[in-house]
Design a protein around this ligand. Structure first.
Ligand code: NAP
Length: 282
């Protein structure tokens, strides 16, 4: 069994990204990532700070626009339109969740799909599902990079994705399909999940329930990717997979923390860089 080291891969990619950014700068383009944070959700503040730090250290133009919790939807839409028009920004990210009086759907629709670095705009979802990915959700994108890095050949493999969210499960399934895996998506209404999971060569778990996947879900030799981020009773970060029990059965497994998480922010930076690079071709 090998433990996939997402942190080490993210660190390696960060170094390579700096070099790519320097080259792009010498061609006259500095990647720009702007993040909008509405309100003071403590978890969102941490996420946003991390994104800003990573963007700055990659050599990007980086800005966080912090708005009061009572900012109107109209004002937020006007700001997004202004950022859409500003050539300095190649990636625009609105940190979710938004306060209840603002429609997430309307806000996500307002972002120029070519600057939608989260890949949540329906245009980008459609591009992904029609085999022409441009901006794609970072978490599954990072998982695909990890699987490639560890030499996982997906062609003809059976893959089960547990979870069907728009940000993880669904795009994950499409990316695996694109690499010629035979993909099943499971969810809370799936019958006899352990038996179904036990058939999978590749098991991706994105549920949000600590230690849910135990040894009896896992085929010997399977590749197991744990997307979950949960807190146990003592506040410790744990995944959706019961690591100690599953690791001895798996051929490859991601830990929590240090697996999927570090790659998510890495892919956000990579995609901002790619968007900036595309402007050279315009
Ligand atoms: P979500 O929107 O809440 O979706 C959870 C999915 O899991 C749903 O499709 C749900 O099924 C399914 N599910 C829930 N209980 C289940 C059960 N008992 N059996 C089978 N399926 C079940 O969550 P998400 O945004 O995809 O996130 C999932 C987890 O990944 C969370 O822990 C989140 O914190 C973590 N996450 C981590 C990263 C990272 O960078 N590491 C990024 C994003 C998310 P239904 O559709 O039937 O309700």
């Amino acid at each position: 069994m090998t433990i996939i080291d997402g942190k080490a891969l993210a660190d390696k990619m960060a170094i390579a990204l700096k070099a790519k950014v320097n080259q792009l700068k010498s061609a006259g383009v500095t990647p720009g990532l702007v993040v909008i944070l509405v309100g003071e959700n403590p978890a969102s503040q941490v996420y946003v700070r991390n994104k800003e730090r990573r963007a700055t250290s990659a050599g990007f133009n980086s800005e966080v626009i912090r708005l009061a919790v009572d900012t109107s939807q109209a004002d937020l839409l006007a700001l997004i339109e202004q950022l859409n028009q500003d050539a300095k920004w190649h990636g625009i990210l609105v940190q979710l969740p938004l306060p209840a009086h603002i429609s997430e759907e309307k806000i996500l629709l307002a972002i120029d799909p070519d600057k939608d670095v989260d890949g949540f705009h329906p245009t980008n979802m459609g591009r992904l599902w029609s085999g022409n990915p441009v901006m794609i959700p970072s978490t599954p994108a990072g998982i695909m990079v990890m699987l490639a890095e560890y030499g996982v050949d997906l062609v003809g493999k059976t893959a089960l994705v547990i979870g069907r969210s728009n940000i993880v499960g669904k795009p994950m399934a499409q990316m695996l399909l694109d690499q010629h895996a035979t993909v099943t998506i499971a969810h809370s209404r799936t019958k006899d999940l352990p038996a179904l999971a036990k058939q999978a060569d590749v098991l991706i778990v994105a549920i949000g329930r600590g230690n849910f996947v135990t040894a009896d879900f896992v085929k010997p030799g399977a590749v197991v990717v744990d997307v979950g981020m949960n807190r146990d009773e003592s506040g410790k970060l744990i995944g959706d997979v019961k690591f100690d029990e599953v690791a001895p059965i798996a051929s490859l497994i991601t830990p929590v923390p240090g697996g999927v998480g570090p790659m998510t922010i890495t892919m956000l930076m990579e995609q901002t860089y790619e968007a900036a690079k595309r402007t050279l071709a315009d």
